[in-house]
Write a protein that binds this ligand. Structure first.
Ligand code: HEC
Length: 262
């Protein structure tokens, strides 16, 4: 009913818009050139805001039509940071034919990827379809997908064992810090903070006051993690490490794993 009523309204809505346009041009003429130029400038200045570029998919793992190990997560990489609070699992569907499958939806900020993890292995040889509605993800800057994503793939034999879900002990970070960070953040730190468990758990950022160095269970509110994600909005100063080769994606994930497990 609602739809029909809207359709009936349509023709008059179009007329009203045309009429408004003519009126705008007329009043522009009356205002003369400066008035028109000002309107044009105003239009150009406002145009990007009215239609911000949409969030876009960069890559899927598996690729469309390819085989995915039955025990592997499905990853969708985007061209911007996602809002971790904006992932709506209800707008994502994983199915094979008429059968829908459960999953957990996570976010990997290292890859800027939505990660779909089926709780049990998929059935080898079956064709699956993952559908992601535009309301399923939101960019940290508010951007949305312009259209739904459909990914078809086939479950292949399981290969990589599932990563252990155990919390990462701090000891695993120490070797990493010793190699990449302790020159500046070691026992006699040249720069805040010293990378000890105590300082990280108790301390606050000096660069971004009000943010904790480590917020237990919340990696994207932890300055330690944010400093390792180059270009993350709202983080001041240089990405870490300040010198030397950047950490690998897996090393950053290890640090995220420690913060998540706290
Ligand atoms: C060459 C020296 C150097 C190295 C190596 C280095 N840092 Fe830093 N770090 C600094 C300096 C200087 C600052 C303060 C300036 C800034 O925030 O950009 C800093 C700031 C930080 C901060 C933020 C402090 C705050 O107040 O918000 C964190 C967290 C951090 N570093 C972690 C690390 C980690 C983890 C590593 C290793 C992966 C690392 N740093 C490697 C010099 C270094």
């Amino acid at each position: 009913m609602q739809y029909q009523a809207d359709r009936k309204k349509d023709p008059s809505a179009v007329r009203a818009t045309l009429f408004d346009d003519r009126a705008a041009v007329k009043s522009g003429r009356r205002k003369g050139f400066p008035g028109l130029a000002a309107s044009l400038l105003l239009f150009l200045a406002c145009a990007p805001d009215r239609d911000p570029p949409a969030l876009a998919l960069l890559e899927t793992v598996p690729a469309a039509g390819a085989a995915s190990p039955a025990n592997a997560p499905i990853r969708l990489r985007f061209n911007g940071w996602l809002d971790p609070e904006g992932v709506a699992a209800g707008a994502i569907d994983l199915h094979s034919g008429d059968l829908s499958f459960g999953f957990t939806a996570g976010y990997d900020p290292v890859d800027r990827a939505l990660v779909i993890i089926p709780p049990v292995d998929l059935r080898v040889g079956l064709a699956y379809r993952l559908e992601v509605m535009p309301e399923a993800v939101r960019g940290l800057d508010g951007r949305r997908l312009a259209e739904p994503i459909t990914l078809d793939f086939v479950a292949g034999p399981p290969t990589n064992p599932r990563p252990p879900a155990d919390p990462v002990p701090f000891a695993r970070l120490q070797g990493l810090f010793a190699r990449a960070c302790d020159r500046c953040h070691g026992a006699e730190p040249l720069a805040w903070p010293p990378l000890t468990e105590q300082a990280l758990l108790m301390g606050e950022s000096l660069r971004d006051p009000g943010r904790r160095l480590v917020a237990p269970g919340r990696p994207l509110e932890s300055q330690l993690v944010l400093k390792l994600l180059p270009g993350y909005p709202g983080v001041h100063g240089a990405p870490m490490p300040l010198e030397g080769p950047p950490l690998t994606a897996d090393q950053v994930r290890t640090i995220i794993g420690w913060v998540e497990g706290l």
